[in-house]
Design a protein around this ligand. Structure first.
Ligand code: UDP
Length: 410
C-alpha cells in the first residue's frame, strides 16, 4: 500500500538530541522503514529547514523523504510553526494528489491540521498520532508551556475529525477521550526499539567511576534530570552521564545545561556529573551498556523510547510511574517505577539496586525479554491494522454519501 506520513517538524533526516529532535524523529524514521520492510511504499513529508535539502531524498528502497516549503528554509522552534501550517497544507495537497496514498498518517498536532486540510476533497483517510498533547503539557508545565494558545482547540478538532487516532500508550487513551475522541476510534500503537542495534552484547564505552548512572534525552526540564542530580548527593561513588542537548562542543552554553550544572554545584556533586551533549543514536548502545542503571525520571512522558533502549541493552530502568513507562517497564521486574519529582525516593531505589548486582542482572535479562513486544516490525503491524481500519471508516463515508458514525467501523 502507499503510505504518506506527515511529520512537520520532526524529520527522519534530523540529528537527534536537540530541543525539538528526539523520539518523534526516531519513531517516524523507524516506523516508515519497518513499513517499507513490509513491502509498502512510504513517503515522509516534512518541512524544509535548510536550503541545501533536495526536494526528494530516497532513504532506502520503498522510503522517500519529501521536503515541503513552508516558511523560511531554516530551523524554526516547533512552537512557532503554526503560522506556516497553511503553506504546509498548500504544498502537501498537490503532492498527495500525485502520490495518491491509501492513507495519510499525521504525526504531531500541526501535521494533523495540515493533513486534514490537504486531503479535503481527496479520497484518503487520515490517521493521527499526537505524540504529545497540549492539555497534558499545559497541566504539567503551566506558564512554562510555550505552545500556541490555540493548540488545545486544534487538537480537539483533529481528535474528532481524524478517521483513526493512535494513542502512544494506555494512559493517553483517557486523555484523548477527554479531548473528545471517540473511544471506538482509538488504537494504542506504541513506539518501538531497534533490538539489533540496542543489544546486551557489543562495545562498551569506557567508564571511570565505580558506579554509573545514565540519563538520555532532550535537555528539557520535564525529563527530570534535575531529580537524578539531586539524588546523587545521597549516592556515594556514583557518576551520572547525561546524553542529549546540543553537540558536545556547545552543550556547556545551553541554558538548561547551565541550570543543571548549577544545581549539581549546589548539591556538591558537580564532579560526578558529566553532560556529554548529543550522542549519535548509533553510539548510544555502547554508552548504555557501560551503565549500571538508566534513569528516566520525567514528570510526564507521552511514550519514552529511552526506557526501551535501556531494556533492550539489558540494563535496568529506574523510571517514574507515568505515561508510556507504565506500559513498557514492569515495576520490580525490568526496573523500578517511582513517583515523579521525588529525588530522595529515587536515591533510595537507586542505592538498593546498585547494591544488588544479581537483581540488576535479573532485571536486565527480563528487560531484554520484554522488548520482544516492542520490535519495530511488531509496531508496524499494529499501525498497519489501524491504517486498514481508517480505510474502512473512509469507505463507510463514501458508501453512505454522508459521514458515518465512525464507531460503527471501529
Ligand atoms: N537520543 C539520541 N541521542 C541523544 C539523546 C537522545 O539518539 O543524545 C535519542 C534516544 O536514544 C531516543 C530519542 O532520542 O531514541 C528520545 O526519545 P524519547 O521517546 O525517549 O523522548 P522524546 O524525545 O520523545 O521526549
Amino acid at each position: 500500500m502507499k503510505i504518506a506520513m506527515v511529520s512537520e517538524h520532526a524529520s527522519p533526516l534530523a540529528v537527534i538530541g536537540g530541543v525539538d529532535a528526539g523520539g518523534q524523529n526516531v519513531h517516524v524514521a523507524a516506523l516508515a522503514s519497518a513499513m517499507a520492510d513490509r513491502g509498502h511504499e512510504v513517503v515522509v513529508y516534512t518541512r524544509r529547514d535548510s536550503p541545501q535539502l533536495a526536494q526528494r531524498v530516497e532513504l532506502r528502497a520503498g522510503l522517500t523523504v519529501e521536503h515541503l516549503d513552508a516558511g523560511p528554509p531554516a530551523p524554526i522552534p516547533k512552537d512557532d510553526l503554526l503560522a506556516y501550517v497553511p503553506d504546509l497544507a498548500a504544498d502537501l495537497r498537490p503532492r498527495l494528489a500525485t502520490f495518491s496514498p491509501a492513507v495519510v498518517h499525521a504525526h504531531f498536532w500541526m501535521s494533523g491540521l495540515a493533513s486534514l486540510e490537504a486531503v479535503r476533497g481527496l479520497d484518503v483517510p487520515v490517521v493521527q498520532t499526537f505524540h504529545a498533547l497540549g492539555t497534558v503539557k499545559r497541566r504539567m508545565q503551566g506558564s512554562c508551556d510555550t505552545s500556541p494558545a490555540a493548540r488545545v482547540e486544534h487538537e480537539r478538532s483533529i481528535a474528532r475529525e481524524a478517521h483513526r487516532v493512535i494513542a502512544s500508550c494506555t494512559e493517553e487513551v483517557r486523555e484523548l477521550v477527554a479531548l473528545g475522541a471517540s473511544f471506538a476510534r482509538i488504537d494504542v500503537v506504541p513506539s518501538g526499539v531497534d533490538c539489533d542495534r540496542f543489544a546486551p552484547v557489543g562495545p562498551v564505552a569506557r567508564r571511570t567511576s565505580t558506579r554509573r548512572l545514565l540519563a538520555i534525552g532532550r535537555l528539557v526540564p520535564r525529563k527530570g534530570v534535575d531529580d537524578v542530580i539531586t539524588a546523587l548527593q545521597w549516592l556515594p561513588d556514583t557518576e551520572l552521564i547525561v546524553a542529549g542537548g546540543p553537540s558536545t562542543a556547545d552543550v556547556g552554553a545551553d541554558p538548561e545545561a547551565v541550570r543543571l550544572m548549577q544545581l549539581a554545584e549546589k548539591c556538591g556533586v558537580a564532579h560526578h556529573v558529566q553532560l556529554v551533549g548529543q550522542v549519535p543514536h548509533t553510539e548510544l548502545p555502547a554508552l548504555i551498556r557501560s551503565a549500571d542503571l538508566v534513569t528516566c525520571l520525567p514528570w510526564y512522558e507521552p511514550f519514552g523510547i529511552v526506557p526501551l533502549e535501556a531494556m533492550s541493552c539489558g540494563v535496568p530502568v529506574v523510571g517514574t510511574a507515568v505515561g508510556g513507562l507504565l506500559d513498557t517497564v514492569i515495576d520490580g521486574v525490568t526496573g523500578v517505577l517511582l513517583p515523579p519529582r521525588q529525588p530522595a525516593v529515587a536515591a533510595a531505589a537507586i542505592q538498593d539496586l546498585l547494591a544488588d548486582e544479581q537483581r540488576r542482572r535479573a532485571m536486565g535479562a527480563a528487560g531484554r525479554d520484554r522488548v520482544g513486544h516492542y520490535t519495530w516490525a511488531r509496531v508496524a503491524r499494529s499501525a498497519e491494522r489501524t491504517y486498514l481500519r481508517s480505510m474502512l471508516a473512509r469507505a463507510a463515508v463514501r458508501t453512505d454519501g454522508q459521514p458515518a458514525p465512525r464507531e460503527a467501523v471501529g
